[in-house]
Structure formats: structure tokens, C-alpha cells
Design a protein around this ligand. Structure first.
Ligand code: ZN
Length: 162
């Protein structure tokens, strides 16, 4: 079945430029459009809402405050750890994004914000938390999600499935 408008359960391909504080932080072009499953919370909520009902070729320019993007920056969401208790394979440096696993097996992405000989400070806020995001977006393709994609709540690409 052909899909002509964006609604829940549609896989949407987008190209966009993301600007934060007047600086371009991400550009996704036709070489490799972003694909996401609409209605599954795969992209920031403000953008997902604005894309509802759009068609191939539609463009939008959106300025999203933090509450419609990655949320407010939470200063409590920063923790200091003893370096030897963290099992991180890569050489640590400030600004590095690392994955850490808690005792229940959940993984979190964090940014190293401070390093001493013994201690590591990890910031668990998303890197763009607290930021107003400006998107220039064009919808480039739509297709119906497969049953697997619907069940998993995300897009499966040809080169990786899980
Ligand atoms: Zn999957």
C-alpha cells in the first residue's frame, strides 16, 4: 500500500540541517537521509508533531524550545565516579561520550566532563539538553513500516537488523 502522508506507523526519510545557537551542528543530506518510524518517539517530540500529516516534498522550518526537544538541562544528572570502578575500554578524555552500564544491565550514554587521576565526572544529560533547536527539514520519502519495525518501534536498515 502506498503511503502519501505522515502518520503513525510510517517510515519517514528526512534531510535536514540542525542549528543550535546560530551554529550548524548537524547536516543530513540526500546521500544518507535520516529514516525514522513516525509515532514511536524516535525523534524529538516537537519535530515529530510538526511532521504529522506532511507529504514528500514538504519542507518545514521549526524552532523548538528544550521542552519540545531534549528537555531541560538537569544539573542533578551529573555524577562523579571512582575511575577504577568504571570499566570503559577507551582512553578517557574530557568531552568524550561513553556508554556505562548500571548494576541492572541498563546502559546509559554520558559525556565525560571532568577527569582527575582518580575520579571521572559523567554528565548524563543529552548533549543538546537545555538547547533551543532550529531545524530546516524536507520530507524525501515515505513507506509503510514492516511488522517487525512496528513491533520493535524503530526502523530496520538493510545493513543491520536486530
Ligand atoms: Zn529492531
Amino acid at each position: 500500500m502506498a503511503v502519501d502522508t505522515i502518520t503513525d506507523g510510517v517510515v519517514v526519510s528526512l534531510v535536514y540541517v540542525l542549528t543550535v545557537d546560530g551554529e550548524e551542528v548537524e547536516r543530513v543530506d540526500m546521500d544518507e537521509p535520516l529514516e525514522y518510524l513516525h509515532g514511536a518517539g524516535n525523534i524529538v517530540p516537537g519535530l515529530e508533531e510538526l511532521l504529522e500529516g506532511k507529504r514528500v516534498g514538504d519542507r518545514l522550518h521549526a524552532t523548538l524550545p528544550p521542552e519540545l526537544a531534549y528537555g531541560d538541562y538537569d544539573p542533578e544528572d551529573v555524577d562523579e565516579f571512582e575511575r577504577e570502578l568504571l570499566s570503559i575500554d577507551t582512553e578517557l578524555e574530557e568531552g568524550l561520550e561513553v556508554e556505562v552500564e548500571d548494576e541492572d544491565g541498563y546502559t546509559y550514554v554520558a559525556t565525560v566532563t571532568n577527569l582527575t587521576d582518580d575520579m571521572v565526572t559523567l554528565d548524563f544529560n543529552p548533549p543538546l539538553a537545555g538547547k533551543t533547536l532550529t531545524y530546516d527539514v524536507e520530507v524525501v520519502a515515505l513507506r509503510e513500516a514492516t511488522e517487525d519495525e512496528q513491533a520493535h518501534g524503530h526502523v530496520h536498515y538493510a545493513d543491520h537488523d536486530h
